[in-house]
Write a protein that binds this ligand. Structure first.
Ligand SMILES: [Zn+2]
Length: 409
């Protein structure tokens, strides 16, 4: 194995090429559904490196569901240095990006890929083509140094993370039983060994309409919905107090509850006979998604028991998309490899917990040792003027390269 300084020097020598690839891929506007605008460039890069490449169209996997343009969308799975049948470490990144939204809100064109002020600018720069470039160039540096890793690396460049997550589920068919996984989402350079999950839901309450000059003749669905919200917030507060983890110590709660949309009634001068809201409730690592559902349903039953109308017309819950929480112990070999690598490159280590869902849940919830680690601030993602600091991308590349040389899964 080469010494750390040789790895760091090689990463620095490749930095200009890395940033060129990153800028070029940002100029490929690979919005969800249109990943094929960028996958060809990655495929060419991988092939030029001589790594074994599997192109995996998602439609034949039978997992594509309602995803549009399924016939044109494919994951890439690159095997470094080739598939040798050794234990496999996955590096995972999604090639799809969210739409730019209002282009007038952007200082530069959304897909400019301009390099300016020490940053690469454009949609996808931070979420997450910076992470993909870091993963690819970490391996390129090791290849240039002739490193023989005691495991195979499968780089999964997947579609549809921003929509249904089908890309990562499909890619698992190509890499069935990984020994460890690093998801290269932006973490501000923090090593993330734990993430809480979430369940999305919609709750509906009915009432009885009446003219608002005599509201007592009706039953106000909106007023009942507010009580439902309060009951759910109480439950969420209790649940938050019941789950503590040192990597979430700074946060008010590690398993947040929030309502994103709410709607009631159809007419200003009528008591609303219908009210609905949608939101999320957090899920602790190791907690079953069913347990959370049962707790919520019990809280709503308790509320309904206090009110004549709700007893007869209980709120209805619809459970939608969900992601489990997951956790890898901070002294697990995967995490310690990243921690020591980060100390060697930066002089300190940064660990953090995540309260947002990502494809890492797919790995972590199966008990696969998992970390999220990537360059750039997640707050930049999905917003206008998205950009990533070039130095952060190089730093993440160096940490990944060093960590891989220290891993023996
Ligand atoms: Zn992302």
């Amino acid at each position: 194995m080469p010494e750390g300084p040789a790895v760091l020097a090689r990463v620095d020598a490749l930095a200009a090429d890395l940033l060129e690839l990153l800028a070029a891929t940002v100029r490929d506007p690979s919005e969800s559904g249109w990943e094929d605008r960028a996958t060809g460039r990655y495929a060419d890069w991988i092939t030029a490196r001589g790594w074994e490449l599997v192109r995996q169209p998602i439609r034949p996997t039978g997992l594509a569901g309602d995803e549009p343009r399924a016939a044109h969308r494919e994951n890439l799975v690159a095997w470094y240095p080739r598939r040798r049948g050794l234990p496999t470490v996955v590096l995972n990144g999604h090639v799809d990006v969210v739409p730019p939204g209002d282009e007038h809100a952007w200082t530069r064109p959304p897909f400019s890929g301009v390099r300016e002020g020490g940053r690469v600018h454009g949609r996808g720069s931070v979420d997450m083509k910076g992470g993909i470039a870091a993963g690819l160039y970490a391996l390129a540096a090791l290849q240039d140094l002739g490193v023989e890793l005691p495991f195979d690396v499968a780089v999964q460049i997947v579609v549809a993370e921003e929509t249904t997550g089908v890309g990562t589920r499909a890619a698992a068919l190509e890499v069935p039983d990984p020994a460890a996984a690093v998801v290269l989402e932006p973490t501000g350079g923090a090593i993330v060994p734990v993430s809480t999950g979430l369940r999305f839901f919609t709750v509906e309450v009915t009432g009885r309409s009446a003219h608002t000059s005599a509201p007592w003749r009706g039953v106000d669905a909106f007023e009942r919905l507010i009580r439902v919200r309060a009951a759910l917030a109480d439950l969420a507060r209790e649940r938050g107090e019941g789950y503590r983890h040192p990597l979430f110590a700074e946060l008010p709660t590690a398993i947040p509850f929030a309502i994103g949309t709410a709607r009631a009634g159809t007419w200003r001068a009528a008591v609303p006979d219908h009210a609905t809201m949608s939101g999320r409730i957090g899920v602790a690592p190791g907690e079953s998604l069913d347990d959370v559902r049962h707790q919520v349903e019990r809280a709503l039953d308790d509320l309904a028991a206090t009110d004549d109308w709700l007893r007869e017309h209980p709120p209805t819950m619809h459970w939608e998309h969900a992601l489990p929480g997951w956790e890898t112990p901070t002294d697990h070999e995967l995490i310690t490899a990243l921690r020591t690598a980060q100390r060697d490159r930066t002089g300190s280590e940064l660990l953090a917990g995540f309260t947002a869902g990502s494809d890492a849940a797919f790995f972590g919830a199966q008990g696969i040792p998992t970390a999220v680690f990537g360059p750039g601030e997640v707050a930049m993602a999905h917003s206008p003027d998205e950009s990533v600091e070039e130095a952060a991308v190089i730093e993440a590349t160096a940490v990944l390269a060093l960590a891989l040389t220290r891993l023996t899964p």
